[in-house]
Design a binder for this molecule. Structure first.
Ligand SMILES: Cc1cc2nc3c(=O)[nH]c(=O)nc-3n(C[C@H](O)[C@H](O)[C@H](O)COP(=O)(O)OP(=O)(O)OC[C@H]3O[C@@H](n4cnc5c(N)ncnc54)[C@H](O)[C@@H]3O)c2cc1C
Length: 253
């Protein structure tokens, strides 16, 4: 059965415009296992009575009881606000029931064992957080590098979870670029740096920091990663290409 009801156990304010929902199963069926990077579809009745579906990346590995996803409020900025994100932010609370699909999505971490580079910006951190959580839960020794761009540290959703998972992984590092300021309370491997250049850096910088033969995974919404690549995003997960990157193998210190 694709659809199932879940009860909101926690609603966590991550940043000014991102909240995380932790939902718990309320029936006795086993919870279908998710793959790292998958998303669920949430269906909610809108104020006009229409049931609307929206997709949200799973941001934490399975524990057999819960699912976790994070939602950025889609400000209208003069136009209508986003329907589902407004409803989830303003109306849905602890104890409420939401309808969610099974996990879907083919853009998942594979089991090749190759090093992996995650590049994200803003709410594009969500699939990365899910993948990192799976790796940390598995005690993975995979070489992992997370490159993340955001407005500032306070805007970095899921920051504490992501940093904790990176620290738990034996061969992982995190590098951040902030548009405003370089202040950080987190033990970032390679930063934070001022966001004064393309993300994640020019070719020379990429050669210095990226591990050899890494699988690149990048995600973000109308963000600097996509702008740096000179194209506009249509899907929050841009690509996962299992092909080698031309770079020397050295992690930034
Ligand atoms: C695979 C996948 C994974 C995703 N994962 C996440 C995730 O982890 N977290 C997350 O936050 N999002 C994620 N998304 C995006 C999410 O599914 C929704 O698209 C997002 O929450 C916006 O939905 P909404 O109903 O709030 O906005 P919508 O109502 O769909 O509106 C979309 C945008 O259009 C604007 N708009 C609305 N009406 C008008 C109008 N009349 N004129 C001009 N503009 C208008 C809104 O302001 C908004 O910016 C994911 C999407 C996909 C496909």
């Amino acid at each position: 059965m694709v659809w199932r009801q879940w009860e909101v156990e926690k609603k966590i304010r991550e940043t000014d415009d991102v909240v995380t929902f932790v939902v718990k199963r309320i029936d006795d069926r086993l919870v279908k296992t998710s793959l790292p990077g998958q998303y669920v579809t949430v269906v909610m009745p809108m104020p006009d009575g229409v049931r609307q579906p929206r997709q949200y990346s799973l941001t934490r590995a399975d524990d057999g009881q819960h699912r976790q996803f994070s939602v950025r409020w889609a400000h209208g900025r003069g136009k209508p606000d986003g329907e589902m994100s407004s409803l989830l932010h303003n109306t849905v609370d602890v104890g409420d029931v939401v309808t969610m699909s099974l996990p879907y999505g083919d853009v998942v971490l594979d089991d090749s064992g190759r090093p992996v580079v995650f590049a994200s910006a803003g709410v594009g951190i969500t699939p990365m957080a899910g993948m990192l959580s799976h790796l940390a839960t598995a005690g993975s020794g995979l070489e992992v590098m997370l490159l993340h761009a955001d407005v500032d540290e306070a805007s970095f959703a899921l920051r504490r979870q992501v940093v904790t998972d990176v620290l738990a992984l034996r061969k992982a590092s995190i590098h951040v670029w902030y548009e405003q300021g370089t202040g950080s309370n987190e033990p970032m491997t390679g930063g934070p740096r001022r966001d004064d250049g393309p993300v994640p850096g020019d070719a020379a910088r990429r050669r210095r920091v990226l591990p050899m033969r890494a699988d690149p995974v990048h995600a973000g919404r109308a963000n600097r990663v996509d702008r740096a690549r000179g194209r506009s995003p249509r899907h929050p997960i841009r690509s996962v290409r299992p092909r080698p990157m031309a770079s020397r193998s050295r992690l930034a210190s």
